[in-house]
Design a protein around this ligand. Structure first.
Ligand code: AMP
Length: 196
């Protein structure tokens, strides 16, 4: 199973990504988690990306792309993966297809904007992520999502890969909707419209 998770900050990609990974026994590859680990470890990549994470801007494509290429080349990812937080730009999506054109589904976790802000505030209290703490940074990340990442919905819709998921409600309810959508999807693999 090769799955991408798309959705705004706070839409639950991390939580649901872990669920999907456990269910299908595939690695959960979160670009945000990988970047935060680099920052914490003080690697050269971590030092280069820290200002972007702190301000809520996107890390330049070339830095992200080499990191993700390495992750997808790991033997653990050979049997499938769930990618969370990547791609986030049309250019990243283009390269993602170049690396692997065998995606099964792009799940779009659809959450009403007001609920997103509440969830991010909750996460700020719970996880202590620096970029969740300042309201201005949170709002900036939501704007960056709208401008740079939302266009990917059309990109994948046109390719017949987009699977919208109603991602409001409890973690369990959302996980059940995702499991049903993936089961339906894998039982009808030949159903995709041709690439437009
Ligand atoms: P996330 O944990 O997915 O919300 O990502 C946290 C931060 O990491 C983002 O605000 C960006 O600064 C950076 N980031 C994560 N993934 C990407 C990506 N695919 N492209 C560019 N920047 C990213």
């Amino acid at each position: 199973m090769r799955v991408l998770l798309l959705g705004a900050p706070g839409s639950g990609k991390g939580t649901q990504g872990e669920r999907i990974a456990a269910r299908y026994r595939i690695p959960h590859i979160s670009s945000g988690d990988l970047l935060r680990a680099h920052v914490e470890a003080g690697t050269p990549l971590g030092r280069a990306v820290q200002p972007y994470l702190a301000s809520g801007n996107l890390v330049p494509d070339e830095l992200i792309l080499s990191m993700i290429r390495n992750e997808l080349a790991e033997p653990a990812a050979a049997g499938g993966y769930v990618l969370d937080g990547f791609p986030r730009t049309v250019e990243q999506a283009r390269v993602a297809t170049e690396i692997d054109d065998g995606l099964d589904a792009v799940l779009f976790l659809d959450v009403p904007p007001r609920e997103l802000v509440d969830r991010l505030a909750e996460r700020a209290d719970r996880d202590g992520r620096a970029d969740d703490q300042r309201r201005a940074t949170v709002e900036h990340r939501l704007r960056v999502y709208d401008e740079r990442t939302r266009p990917l919905l059309d990109h994948y819709r046109r390719r017949g890969l987009l699977v919208p998921i109603d991602a409001s409600g409890s973690i369990e309810e959302i996980a059940d909707r995702i499991a049903a959508a993936l089961a339906e999807r894998s039982s009808r693999p030949a159903d995709r419209p041709s690439v437009g």
